[in-house]
Design a protein around this ligand. Structure first.
Ligand code: ACO
Length: 311
């Protein structure tokens, strides 16, 4: 049974009115948003690591500047999203503590290794492509600060996806060896990219409530289907083969049918046992620890300044 406050809250959501930080909200709504926005923020921050691996080995100066700009965008998205989470009454320190202790989730996709330069292409094309499909609807979600953050994030993600496809295009128009690198990257990133959308609708525990609250406007499976439908023609244009023998156009449905995801792999990654989970966490914690002197210096400076003024 809903209280009068809850009924009024739901009515606002149903009318498409945004909820703002100082508005009354059910505790569970606040909790769900802190969970999703912080997971999203952590994903952006950890998401810098697989690409950071290639900054020193980018093939040209131009590719290197583009990659650097993209990674910096991701740092910005993370900070933007932590700020959105803070409007819900949680502190950034608490959120980082949860990430560094291994308690918080971040997207499964960032626990896979980047083995060749072609992976920079596949990540932009498939991973950022999927991120856009997931995040465009979030620009219209019910929580004001999150929805507004998504507008800028999506614009930058479009640049990221475009640069990835451009790398794939260059490799596919190159030598046979370069094209083979592109195919290998597609083979390795295809299934993990489909997993980004989360469990199947039947197993998505949070979907019903998040849909009622308009945090979710489309289901995990709907968005995953959209990704497959959008990406197959792009792979065809590149002359690459999607690594799924069951992939085929279904004229009746007006969509591509595709094979079953390896959910055991998905759950292993979520439990911390993907190929790079431990390395990613170790790198993040080290970066945080290495920055301690700088944070200390900022606090010392602020304190000195405060004493100077008081004197
Ligand atoms: N990687 C890690 N965890 C996942 C993933 C994934 N790909 N997909 C689902 N999960 C987790 C959920 O967080 C949830 O865990 P929790 O209840 O402990 O928090 C659990 O699996 C069950 O999934 P759902 O019930 O479907 O969860 P939810 O309704 O939150 O849907 C989704 C998951 C679609 C990822 C949603 O949280 C979302 O849209 N998040 C915002 C986008 C985002 O975080 N993107 C990050 C990657 S993109 C990028 O950063 C470039």
């Amino acid at each position: 049974d809903m209280s009068a406050e809850e009924r009024a809250f739901q009515a606002r959501i149903d009318d498409g009115i945004r909820i703002e930080p100082k508005d009354w909200m059910p505790e569970a709504y606040r909790k769900t948003l802190i969970r999703q926005i912080s997971q999203h923020a952590h994903s952006e921050i950890v998401g810098q690591l697989p690409e950071g691996n290639w900054v020193t080995r980018a093939p040209t100066l131009k590719r290197k500047s583009i990659l650097l700009a993209k990674i910096q965008d991701e740092a910005g998205h993370g900070l933007y999203l932590y700020s959105a989470a803070e409007t819900l009454g949680v502190s950034r320190d608490e959120l980082l503590q949860a990430l560094h202790s291994g308690k918080a989730k971040y997207s499964s996709i960032f626990n896979y290794p980047t083995l060749s330069w072609a992976d920079m292409g596949a990540i932009g094309w498939l991973v950022d492509g999927s991120a856009i499909i997931n995040q465009i609807p979030l620009c219209r979600c019910s929580y004001g600060p999150y929805s507004r953050a998504m507008i800028r994030v999506c614009k930058e993600e479009s640049f990221h996806a475009r640069q990835g496809y451009d790398i794939m295009l260059a490799l596919c128009n190159g030598t046979a060896e370069q094209k083979a690198m592109a195919q290998d990257a597609l083979n390795r990133w295809w299934w993990p990219s489909l997993m980004m959308f989360g469990p199947s609708d039947a197993n998505s525990v949070n979907s019903a409530q998040s849909t009622q609250w308009r945090i979710k406007l489309f289901s995990n499976d709907e968005l995953r289907q959209r990704m497959v439908d959008q990406t197959v023609p792009q792979a065809e244009f590149l002359g690459l083969t999607i690594p799924d023998p069951d992939l085929k156009w279904n004229a009746e449905r007006g969509h591509y049918d595709f094979g079953e995801i390896d959910w055991a792999e998905f759950h292993a990654v979520l439990q911390g046992n993907g190929p790079c989970n431990r390395e990613r966490l170790r790198t993040r914690v080290k970066a945080w620890d290495d920055g301690q002197w700088f944070r200390d210096a900022l606090v010392a400076h602020a304190e000195k300044h405060a004493t100077d003024k008081a004197a």
